[in-house]
Design a protein around this ligand. Structure first.
Ligand SMILES: C[S@@+](CC[C@H](N)C(=O)[O-])C[C@H]1O[C@@H](n2cnc3c(N)ncnc32)[C@H](O)[C@@H]1O
Length: 209
């Protein structure tokens, strides 16, 4: 699949529900059957195995499914009803819910870990504070956010479109007040496209109140 195909897909993304309704999730650019390599390395190297884990913007649900193979209690949320309906077919052991992270109904301090693989970079700069506020609210004390977003170093995507390409400084500016930024790694997104897109993988620990 070429970059043009990614551009074609993006035209449909203004309505996530419609997109999931009419598209086979296995053809979506971000579809990755395996656990994302960055999150897998992080979980294994720290021996993380238990706790409440949110796969935010779960989409096809594959990351939630892989996380449920550990001893985590996994919740997968998405703004798209259609995505959630399809994801529910993957497993009875995952709590798949419709939820908009910017107006989230999830309980305070519910999660020990949150994975964001490709959601933060959707939002405009003006929406970032609301995202951070909600993540801070639903994360447990010293809970961890694993954030994977498109990097400013990715030259094959336009500069002024969604997904937004982020610099390390933008991540620091967005999260510094509420989170200890443990690491920001240069990485890549693996999905169904031939090329891998340059990504940033960030590990953020919520500061105590
Ligand atoms: C790039 S896809 C990534 C899907 C999934 N995380 C993965 O890695 O396969 C972005 C996902 O975010 C979801 N989304 C968009 N806006 C959202 C919001 N405000 N709250 C929750 N999910 C949202 C979309 O429906 C879509 O499934």
């Amino acid at each position: 699949m070429t970059n043009k195909k990614l551009d074609n897909s993006k035209e449909d993304l203004s309505d996530w529900n419609d997109y999931y309704k009419k598209t086979d999730v296995k053809t979506m650019p971000w579809y990755e059957e395996n656990l994302d390599h960055d999150i897998e390395n992080e979980i294994k190297s720290n021996n993380y195995n238990t706790g409440n884990f949110l796969d935010l913007g779960t989409g096809p649900g594959t990351q939630a499914l892989q996380l449920s193979k550990y001893n985590f209690e996994v919740t997968g949320t998405d703004i798209s009803q259609s995505a959630i309906e399809k994801a529910k077919n993957l497993s009875n052991e995952i709590n798949f819910l419709i939820d908009d992270i910017l107006n989230s109904k999830l309980p305070d301090k519910k999660f020990d870990f949150i994975l964001d693989r490709g959601i933060f970079h959707i939002f405009d700069i003006s929406q970032r504070p609301q995202y951070v506020k909600q993540i801070k609210r639903i994360l447990n004390d010293e809970g961890i956010l694993f954030l994977k977003c498109m990097s400013v170093n990715e030259k094959n995507l336009p500069d002024d479109d969604m997904p937004h390409k982020l610099s390390k400084q933008e991540i620091v500016d967005s999260f510094n007040a509420d989170f200890d930024i443990q690491r920001i790694d240069d990485s890549n997104f693996r999905g169904t496209l031939e090329s891998e897109f340059k990504a940033l993988f960030t590990i953020l620990k919520k500061k105590s109140d």
